[in-house]
Write a protein that binds this ligand. Structure first.
Ligand code: NAD
Length: 330
């Protein structure tokens, strides 16, 4: 079976090629969009990633090129028009839970970096500046962490914070008893959870309901000086509202691994370019903001698991089976 892989980087080529299989891979560097969709011609299926465009026009073009299946090599599926895929008869599968600890550990890394100002300390010491002014942190022990979305990643994050001695509260549309029983956390209504927390960590998917879940109103309800961590999807946060809250001091720390307009920035080396996104550039000016470029998932274990499940999903489709990871009807 010939499969075209969009947005492929050397590490994607390596991880997918390492899975023993007979798939005839066709790796392409460009992102999938209405211009590049035609490059999939001759393949039975495509593999796409978080910032590929899987809107109705692109899916229609893929279908006309002979594509029958879309295998997402990620957990989130906010970038695909599933209704259009269903109408077109395109099968869609994803990788639901490859390594929740990878993203959870990154969320906690951002928290620790912001709290102990490691990003500033690192640069200072390199310049022989050993002053501690401005580096004052706080003990995580005893602090309240609100986990918004207690799925696989949210619960993995909660387990780590529990190890620090934090109090865990959470909001989820579908509470999971494991959060109460195994982690000892407490579910609360959304507003109460974010009001009580010293740290709010976002782990719910991006859906029409969660778009700008954290906006000016919710930022105003958070504790003054609280920390917000978003490793989920950029559009959960109204970025301009976050900038306003940072300017007023209402928001004390912001750690982002995702950004609403990241499709134009992340995964590329733009160090020789002028970045036209003024909102992103403003974020970078704050000493209490740390941004990483969607690397939460980026561990060896996660890449291997993503590659294996992607191959399994493609094979299930090829053999006419219905995989449990499918998002569309067979
Ligand atoms: P999951 O499906 O296991 O958990 C999502 C949880 O969110 C579920 O418990 C669900 O009930 C809850 N939820 C759904 N709608 C909600 C709402 N409106 N309000 C509150 N909670 C809601 O998913 P997961 O594997 O834990 O992944 C969570 C998210 O993390 C993904 O959707 C994806 O966007 C993001 N992610 C980011 C990276 C990264 O590299 N930064 C990697 C993987 C996943």
């Amino acid at each position: 079976m010939k499969v075209t892989v969009f947005s492929s980087k050397p590490y994607d080529v390596a991880s997918l090629s390492q899975v023993p299989d007979t798939i005839d891979w066709h790796f392409l560097e460009p992102r999938l969009d209405s211009d590049t969709a035609k490059l999939a011609k001759g393949s039975e299926a495509i593999v796409a990633f978080v910032n590929d465009d899987l809107s109705a026009p692109v899916l229609t073009e893929l279908k006309s090129q002979g594509i029958k299946m879309v295998a997402l090599r990620c957990a989130g599926f906010n970038n695909i028009d599933l209704e259009a895929a269903n109408t077109l008869g395109l099968r869609v599968a994803r990788v639901p839970a490859y390594s929740p600890e990878a993203v959870a550990e990154h969320a906690v890394a951002l928290t620790m970096m912001l709290n102990r100002r490691l990003h500033r300390a690192y640069n200072r010491v390199r310049e022989n500046n050993f002053s501690l002014d401005g580096l004052l942190g706080f003990n995580l022990h005893g602090k309240t962490v609100a986990i918004i979305g207690t799925g696989a990643i949210g619960r993995a994050t909660a387990r780590i914070f529990k190890g620090f001695g934090c109090k865990l509260v959470a909001y989820d549309l579908y509470p999971n008893t494991a959060f109460n029983d195994d982690i000892g956390g407490q579910y609360l209504p959304f507003e109460q959870a974010i009001t009580q927390a010293d740290i709010v960590s976002l782990h719910c998917p991006l859906t029409p309901d969660t778009y700008h879940l954290i906006d000016a109103g919710s930022l105003a309800k958070m504790k003054k000086g609280a920390m917000l961590i978003n490793t989920s999807r950029g559009a959960l946060l109204d970025t301009q509202a976050a900038i306003d809250a940072l300017k007023s001091g209402q928001l004390g720390y912001l750690g982002l691994d995702v950004y609403e307009q990241e499709g134009d920035l992340f995964f590329e080396d733009l160090s020789n370019r002028i970045i036209p996104d003024d909102v992103f550039q403003r974020l970078l000016t704050f000493p209490n903001v740390v941004i990483t470029g969607h690397q939460g998932y980026f561990t060896q274990e996660a890449l291997s698991a993503i590659a294996q499940t992607t191959v399994d999903n493609l094979n299930a489709f090829h053999q006419g089976q219905l995989s449990g990871n499918e998002l569309t009807k067979a």
